[in-house]
Design a protein around this ligand. Structure first.
Ligand SMILES: [Zn+2]
Ligand SMILES: [Zn+2]
Length: 458
């Protein structure tokens, strides 16, 4: 024995003791995996029933806030929980403590109801490292097939424009799904702009003149496309900054303007069919044009367009808040919110502003969530029912002996877990990845001469 080796000579006694320690680790791990399966079932149910939809952007955001998981791990839990909903074999193996969460997490990245049984075999036979490598190889085959499919679709994109005998232009085309969705949204927005007023006024009474009838849906689509073309050319095909989307018109009583202390001197022009709260939300962070009126409603002055939050202040706000301030959120793309609205006399100062993402800006204006800044500068949020929404919720009480609690619970469920429950079937052979994928993946080209056995050599 080289002299630098530690001089620990194992005695039969310590070997037995370490074995026991190892067994304890393995048994507790199996209990934890079984408990994780239950946890994932609860998360799936909570997610499907929208339990997180109480001011949170997603189930993962809620988990991150409530349980303290880092956002990546929270997203992964939700993904695995959803996937296991359609993969009963993998779910059951995790629930029996036979497959670790690490293996299940890897396998659910590629498993489908059709391939689940084969992949369960991989999970049982191999170590976590083998499973990870097989899944990566599997995804390469999937990705190649996917890339071929997407290249085929991309190559198939087309827009044909021709002229009919009567001079009308005819459009016919094929768009990739995401481009199609974009076009549909744009057409919808344009149609909304063109026909919103009419809808708000109610359907016009039937008249003798057919030209006065409401245009058909197809006619509206054609008008919407014309508007899209016009506005695209007008703006030099510039998609524009997100902050420039909204412009509010403020009507100010000329007499009231003389007295700056007069409250309620501003009246926001409400969009058609938009609630007062919605227009206040849009006005929080928008372009603003002030119109002064005489008492009879005559406009006497129209001011230049300005931002409700000047660019320099907005930069300072972005620097201070960094992102949405709603508990558990932190999304970077956010809007400036006036805690005390400027239209009701609130100042546009850093202390009266806070960043909120679109989702949470809506929660605060339209969904009744409360938000106030305390004297020490800390923001406080309240649920619509007035209860405080803590930044970090208190941790639940954990039993003094969690292993015992888990064991009792699992035995009540008929689970007999022991140190060998999660042992892989691997006996130490080298993993032949290429061969394993060829044998396992339905899209892989099978190597000739390979054994068709579903259990790969690891
Ligand atoms: Zn706001
Ligand atoms: Zn947010």
């Amino acid at each position: 024995m080289p002299s630098h080796m530690p001089a620990i000579v194992p005695t039969p006694n310590s070997v037995a003791e370490l074995d026991r320690l190892g067994d304890q680790i393995a048994e507790l791990s199996a209990h934890l995996e079984a408990a994780t399966a239950r946890l994932l079932t609860l998360i799936r149910d909570f997610d499907a029933r929208g339990g997180w939809n109480s001011g949170f952007r997603s189930c993962a955001h809620w988990l991150s806030w409530r349980v303290g998981l880092d956002p990546g791990a929270a997203r992964e839990r939700v993904r695995v929980a959803r996937a296991l909903g359609t993969l009963p074999l993998l779910a059951a193996a995790l629930a029996r403590g036979e497959l670790s969460y690490a293996k299940v997490r890897a396998l659910t990245r590629v498993a489908t109801p059709e391939t689940e049984a084969r992949l369960l075999g991989v999970g049982r036979a191999g170590t976590a490292a083998h499973v990870e490598r097989i899944v990566r190889g599997w995804r390469r085959v999937d990705r190649k097939a996917e890339a071929r499919e997407s290249a085929r679709r991309h190559a198939g994109r087309a827009l044909h424009i021709s002229q009919d005998e009567d001079g009308m232009m005819v459009l016919r085309g094929r768009l990739e799904p995401e481009v199609g969705a974009l076009v549909m949204r744009a057409l919808e927005a344009a149609r909304d702009t063109l026909y919103r007023k009419e809808r708000a006024a109610g359907a016009p009474a039937a008249t003798a003149d057919p030209a006065a009838d409401r245009p058909t849906r197809a006619q509206q689509q054609a008008d919407a496309l014309a508007l899209l073309a016009e506005s695209a050319l007008h703006h030099g095909l510039d998609p524009g900054a997100p902050g420039e989307r909204y412009q509010v018109v403020v009507h100010v009583d000329a007499a009231a303007l003389a007295d700056a202390d007069e409250p309620g001197q501003c009246v926001l022009e409400e969009g058609e069919g938009v609630s007062a709260e919605t227009s206040r939300r849009l006005a929080c962070d928008a372009g603003r044009v002030v119109m002064r009126h005489e008492p009879d409603g005559r406009v006497v002055e129209i001011g230049a367009r300005t931002r409700t939050i000047p660019p320099a202040l907005r930069r300072a706000l972005q620097h201070r808040d960094r992102g949405c301030r709603f508990p558990g959120c932190g999304v970077r793309v956010a809007e400036g919110h006036h805690l005390h609205h400027w239209a009701q006399g609130g100042p546009t100062t850093l202390s009266n502003l806070a960043l909120l993402c679109r989702r949470h800006h809506r929660a605060v204006h339209e969904e009744g969530y409360g938000m106030e800044r305390q004297p020490d500068g800390v923001l406080r949020f309240r649920r619509p029912d007035g209860r405080l929404l803590p930044d970090v919720p208190p941790l639940p009480a954990v039993p003094a002996d969690p292993v015992h609690a888990l064991r009792v619970r699992h035995e009540a469920l008929g689970l007999r877990l022991h140190p060998r429950t999660a042992c892989p079937g691997w006996l130490g052979e080298r993993l032949d990845l290429g061969w394993a994928i060829d044998v396992l993946h339905p899209l892989a080209t099978r190597a000739v001469g390979s054994s068709p056995s579903p259990a790969p050599a690891m």
